[in-house]
Design a protein around this ligand. Structure first.
Ligand code: GLA
Length: 700
């Protein structure tokens, strides 16, 4: 049994008993008989019958000792699953459905695998049915398991903290397992559900990499476990709290989707595979992505309707296309301690509601967007005063505040309906095209009214609300924000249009954050804003060119009060906005490329599918140790084509540069793609924490 993608093959072998074994996941294989591949002798001092360790669905009852895909029991019995009666069914669109039974334990499993032939992302999900006569407790159900060959000795994980997300950490995995568990009730800042295994020393362009991501916005468990032949078994699934899922006879549990990609073109190749899949199969985006002003860093809670109108007018003059009113518009919301949960405008700040500001914004030709945090409320809010005891909590335990707020129990129909009605009313009463949907705290011991764990149901209730609002308001776009990038997985991205990549808008930090996020996320989904200098989070000072250049490739916007800019800054910023608008058809549809860091300098770019047009961001992060910059090699171009290379306006020459560099700022320089890729050109010297944007067009 096999599935073939563009460059990838997943080869499975049916076993005389038990679920299929994963024989190969990697480069596309030619057609041919593979029956002999896995026929091996039993190892000494192990089970007498050889057992396929690389099972698609490892369970202890099948004699498999690594992390099981399933942990269930019926009051302490039926805990050792072993499946048989396997019936695989393939369809022509690259979908393989494998069903199996365990008659002894009363279980039925259906594993669905898909590898669309137009790409290299494999999807997996499992559905478990209780085929027994008593209820079944489910402690774990993996969405999928994959085998990665033994040459993958490095693992990359993505984490950090608030305002420091997507930090890539590399480690070698000895014998044993790496376990990545998240219990925060949201995807989290510190344990993003993405694991990348690679050949040693895998770089941006060279080496083989296998990436596995769980599309789920709650608790998760990702595991990489070494097998007896040195290969890695990687799995991902929800992390369930004790007693969180009990299946009545006949009832089923379906997992979220596990997404997996392979590339032998390095980490950037892996990104291209993930990004292409997201664009084709996951996202629903109207293009182009509107340049956005978000009021948070510029205005904070100090909303003044008249000034916001002036800000909007100034924003429109800069070329902004979407004006998003952030936190601070609700009754009493002058700080983090009150007003959250009351989705009406504060009459002190907006005597006639949000309508006048929204209509002012739309009258200027921009979309109006609004910040909300629907899953939450402050104890000091009308909603929690009128409906106390509607927070997720356990009776007898203290309520634990975070950012002075509680999580509403959306599993209660009346709570869900109340929140939904408030949002629906907002959307009907003012011309709101966009919601910045925030989620600013972890869930602690989240229990429902009956005292049962409710984290997973909370995620599903939130998904249901996102889906319902977009069905009823088809033009509505939603941004997924969770104190920055703590909910940026593909589960939420399937029902939103963008993520707020991080609350850190410091351009130097953003380079690292965006690099990690782009392993999985297409650039057009990653919010990236030019903010004030000194930066609000780090206090660092950066030129406007650095701040704008670093944000340029993504869903571009600004996070400052435009009324505070002087004339020169306004002109320069308008130039960057115009540049982004000119380039975004390429930036948001092209192929991601990157170079390995050299002397503190990093390279990220986007190349058109036909390689006629390309843009690169060259950033000097650390102070270079060498007196001269290393040649700059540009990947992704057509070797035999001639390109005109330029540094487009509003960038201006700065410092001591050569005649060639002056030409780059003017008419450009013509060089063959193959020469740029292999020999490279000497770039202008760059100070630390500065960057340049390069643009190339193929010569006619
Ligand atoms: C979170 C978000 C910010 C901003 C504030 C408002 O921190 O990540 O972008 O919206 O909330 O309170």
């Amino acid at each position: 049994m096999r599935l073939d993608g563009l460059h990838t093959t997943l080869l499975l072998a049916l076993r005389p008993e038990g679920l299929p074994e994963i024989v190969h996941w990697g480069p596309r294989l030619p057609p041919g008989d593979t029956a002999a591949l896995r026929d091996r002798a039993p190892a000494r001092n192990l089970l007498d019958d050889d057992v396929a360790e690389a099972s698609l669905f490892p369970t202890l009852g099948a004699g498999l000792f690594r992390t099981p895909a399933l942990a269930v029991h019926r009051d302490g019995r039926d805990w050792s699953a072993a499946f048989g009666e396997v019936t695989p069914e393939a369809n022509a669109d690259g979908v393989l459905t494998i069903a199996a039974h365990d008659r002894v334990a009363g279980l039925r499993i259906v594993i669905k695998l898909a590898l669309p032939p137009d790409g290299d992302v494999l999807t997996m999900r499992a559905t478990l049915t209780n085929a027994g006569e008593a209820s079944l407790t489910v402690e774990h159900l993996a969405a999928g398991t994959l085998r990665i060959p033994p040459e993958a000795t490095e693992l990359r994980t993505y984490g950090g903290r608030w305002a420091h997300e997507f930090t890539e950490a590399r480690s070698a995995l000895p014998d044993g397992a790496l376990l990545l568990e998240n219990r925060r009730g949201r995807t989290s800042h510190d344990r993003f559900p993405l694991l990348i295994a690679s050949t040693p020393g895998c770089g941006e362009q060279d080496g083989a990499a296998w990436g596995v991501h769980l599309g789920w916005s709650g608790n998760h468990r990702m595991v990489a476990d070494r097998l007896g032949d040195g290969s890695l078994l990687v799995s991902g699934g929800e992390l369930l709290m004790p007693g969180e899922v009990t299946l009545a006879p006949g009832a089923s549990l379906a997992t979220p989707t596990l997404y997996a990609a392979w590339s032998n073109a390095g980490l950037a190749g892996l990104s291209r595979a993930f990004q292409a899949y997201a664009r084709r199969h996951l996202l629903r985006l109207a293009t182009p992505r509107p340049v956005t002003l978000n009021t948070w860093e510029g205005t904070n809670f100090a909303h003044d309707e008249a000034r916001l109108m002036q800000e909007a007018t100034a924003a429109a003059a800069l070329g902004i296309e979407r004006f998003v009113l952030d936190d601070g518009w609700m009754p009493g919301r002058d700080h983090e301690r009150a007003g959250l949960g009351d989705w009406t405008a504060d009459p002190r700040k907006y005597p006639n509601g949000l309508g006048p500001l929204a209509r002012h914004v739309t009258g200027l030709g921009m979309q109006f967007g609004l910040w909300v945090e629907p899953e939450m409320a402050n104890p000091d809010s009308i909603v929690l005063r009128e409906h106390p005891d509607t927070a997720l909590a356990l009776a007898g335990r203290p309520l634990r505040l975070s950012r002075n707020q509680l999580v509403l129990d959306l599993n209660r129909t009346e709570v869900w309906l109340r929140v939904h009605a408030a949002l629906d009313t907002l959307l009907r009463e003012a011309p709101i095209a966009y919601l910045k949907w925030d989620m600013n705290r972890d869930l602690v011991a989240a229990g429902d009214a009956a005292g049962r764990p409710a984290s997973r149901a909370q995620v599903l209730a939130t998904y249901a609300m996102l889906d319902r609002l977009q069905t009823d308001h088809p033009a509505l776009e939603i941004e997924s924000c969770a104190s920055g990038g703590a909910r940026a997985d593909w589960g939420v991205l399937a029902r939103t249009q963008r993520v707020w990549t991080s609350d850190c808008t410091d351009a130097l930090e953003r380079l690292r954050i965006q690099r990690g996020a782009a392993r999985l996320l297409p650039p057009e989904t990653m919010g990236a804003h030019v903010s004030d200098s000194p930066n609000h989070q780090t206090g660092r000072r950066h030129t406007l060119a650095f701040r704008a250049g670093v944000a340029l490739l993504y869903h571009f916007g600004i996070e400052l009060d435009p009324l505070t800019l002087d004339d020169a800054e306004r002109e320069e910023l308008a130039g960057w906005i115009a540049l982004h608008k000119r380039l975004r058809p390429l930036l948001h549809a092209g192929l991601h490329v990157a170079g390995d860091p050299i002397d503190g300098r990093t390279l990220t770019g986007v190349v058109a599918p036909d390689a006629d047009h390309a843009v690169y961001l060259v950033a000097q992060e650390a102070d270079p140790a060498r007196p001269h910059p290393a040649p700059l090699r540009l990947p992704g171009l057509r070797a035999d084509a001639q390109y005109r290379l330029r540094i487009p306006a509003p960038q201006r020459p700065d410092g001591k540069i050569s005649a060639t560099h002056h030409a780059l700022y003017a008419e450009g320089v013509v060089i063959a793609g193959g020469i740029l890729a292999h020999a490279g050109l000497t770039p202008p010297p760059l100070q630390p924490e500065t960057a340049i944007i390069l643009e190339l067009h193929r010569e006619p």
